[in-house]
Design a protein around this ligand. Structure first.
Ligand code: PEP
Length: 250
């Protein structure tokens, strides 16, 4: 039996107008209600424009709602940004921080990601801190050292298994259909847990998600890898049936 409660999280990215976003949310909510799971968490992270409507649409189903990103500050002169407090106000309980697309497209450093994780706490949200190596880093044999550096820089002091989740997302596996082997995933997760242990003293209960080309057909195998406690799902979270199949595999 699992000692850690699995978390299956969907990252919708920049996808979803109101009609299709709400239909997707309702599809996930209906499936989760029908399944009646009491042993796993299912989370959807829609674009910020849909957080409020999705939170209202899934109310009572057990489906959790999160943001895809937040700013480090609670308010102020930051045009176009969204505070963790605003996400919380709209019904979110989680927020993804440090996704590799934001690290690459928006120049988010480990220090910025750490500040965003702290902002999540300030607002009452659980941050999902994303880390992962590039293909060049993997080929150079640097995967574990890259993950260690990212963890040390991105995971704030005060992190506990209850207030923070880590997602391992190899950059080269995101949206590519490529995945690491099960032993490669297990090795990365074991190292992440070890480093978290050094940082926090309580690594055993932390939830570590794998992300990168997870779909219904490979979820069972990836989720069975050692130290994997769930998945962060991009493309396959945009279809309710596919996402529910992944949640079922947890
Ligand atoms: C992601 O971006 O978090 C992700 C895992 O994407 P995909 O599932 O599409 O590879």
């Amino acid at each position: 039996a699992r000692t850690r409660r699995p978390l299956i999280a969907g990252n919708w990215k920049m996808n979803g107008l109101r009609a299709d976003g709400l239909a997707l949310a309702k599809g996930v909510a209906d499936g989760v209600k029908q399944a009646g799971w009491s042993d796993r968490d299912v989370l959807v992270c829609p674009p910020a424009t849909l957080v409020l409507a999705v939170a209202e649409a899934v109310k009572g189903s057990g489906v959790l709602v999160g943001g895809e990103n937040c700013h480090a500050k609670a308010n102020g002169a930051h045009t176009g940004e969204i505070a963790a407090e605003m996400l919380h106000d709209c019904g979110a309980t989680y927020v993804i921080v440090g996704h590799s697309e934001r690290r690459a497209d928006c120049g988010e450093t480990d220090a910025i990601v750490r500040a965003k994780a702290e902002a999540a706490w300030r607002a009452g949200l659980v941050p999902i801190v994303c880390i992962g190596e590039t293909l060049a880093e993997r080929e150079a044999g640097k995967t574990l050292s890259v993950l260690e550096t990212q963890l040390k820089g991105s995971v704030p002091a005060g992190s506990t298994a209850a207030n923070l989740v880590v997602a391992y997302e190899p950059v080269w596996a995101i949206g590519t259909g490529k995945t690491p082997t099960t032993p490669e995933v297990a090795a990365a997760h074991a190292h992440i847990r070890k480093v978290l242990g050094g940082l926090t003293g309580e690594a055993a209960q932390f939830r570590l998600l794998y992300g990168g080309s997870v779909k219904g057909s490979n979820a069972a195998e990836l989720l069975a890898a050692g130290d994997v406690d769930g998945a962060l799902v991009g493309g396959a979270s945009l279809k309710a049936d596919e996402f529910l199949a992944i949640a079922k595999a947890a």
